[in-house]
Design a protein around this ligand. Structure first.
Ligand code: ZN
Length: 241
């Protein structure tokens, strides 16, 4: 990920605003209703985004102090926290969204310039400079604002963010794929072209669409607006995040 903090920190701020707006639009009853993510209610998404703010705050303090503070102590603890928080009342979940998001953004804005280069580790075990943390946050708040039901659509997210998201997901999917995996070529209407590996037993293909359609497809959030060049079905890329 190469977008500078000067770009990604404002995206994290904007994403937080959009996520808060999407949460405000939920009625009390909506919190217990299914989100657009399989197996998760809206309350699970809100709980996850609040817990993610704390987890990324751990990385900010790691960068600031040099004392290793991982995002989560374990995957089990991460999942248990989401489950527990998701049981909170809607009023509490609305407050958590605002408060935890604000605390994280405050910590990021106060991080001294030199500390952005400090190495920290993602929940997936990747060592990255702390300068990736605002990118990790904006990805969460923008994409999960789309996962709430009712929520936003990818087309309402900033186009420059979607362009960066396409490059990021294509690179991460490629890094995880076995050598020689079949690939799908994705042409964005703005002229960008990326490739991504497809799930096993599928042959290479070409698809195209606008920046929102390609980003949603790469993120595993549907195929609306996507065109398959040469016809046929859209290939399954498997889950992301
Ligand atoms: Zn997430």
């Amino acid at each position: 990920m190469t977008e500078p903090v000067a770009t990604t920190l404002p995206w994290a701020t904007r994403g937080q605003e959009l996520f808060e707006q999407a949460v405000s639009a939920l009625s009390d009853a909506d919190f217990a209703a299914p989100s657009r993510l399989p197996g998760w209610t809206n309350a699970h998404i809100v709980a996850h985004v609040a817990a993610n703010a704390d987890a990324l705050g751990n990385l900010a303090s790691w960068a600031l102090t040099g004392v290793e503070t991982p995002m989560y102590s374990s995957t089990d603890q991460r999942n248990a926290d989401i489950e527990r928080l998701s049981q909170e009342a809607p009023t509490a979940l609305r407050s958590l969204t605002v408060e935890r998001g604000a605390v994280l953004l405050g910590r990021l804005r106060e991080l001294p310039d030199a500390d952005w280069r400090a190495p920290v580790r993602t929940a997936q075990g990747r060592e990255v400079p702390a300068s990736e943390v605002p990118w990790m946050r904006c990805r969460e708040v923008f994409v999960h604002a789309v996962d709430l039901a009712p929520g936003r659509e990818f087309a309402t997210l900033p186009a420059d963010f979607l362009t960066a998201l396409i490059a990021d997901i294509a690179a991460q999917r490629s890094a995880k794929a076995p050598d020689g995996a079949s690939r799908v070529t994705l042409s964005v209407d703005d002229g960008a072209v990326v490739t991504a590996p497809v799930a096993e037993d599928q042959t290479a293909a070409e698809v195209s669409g606008d920046v929102a359609a390609v980003a949603a497809y790469l993120a595993g959030r549907g195929t609306s607006g996507l065109r398959v060049d040469g016809g046929g079905a859209v290939l399954d890329l498997g889950p992301w995040l």
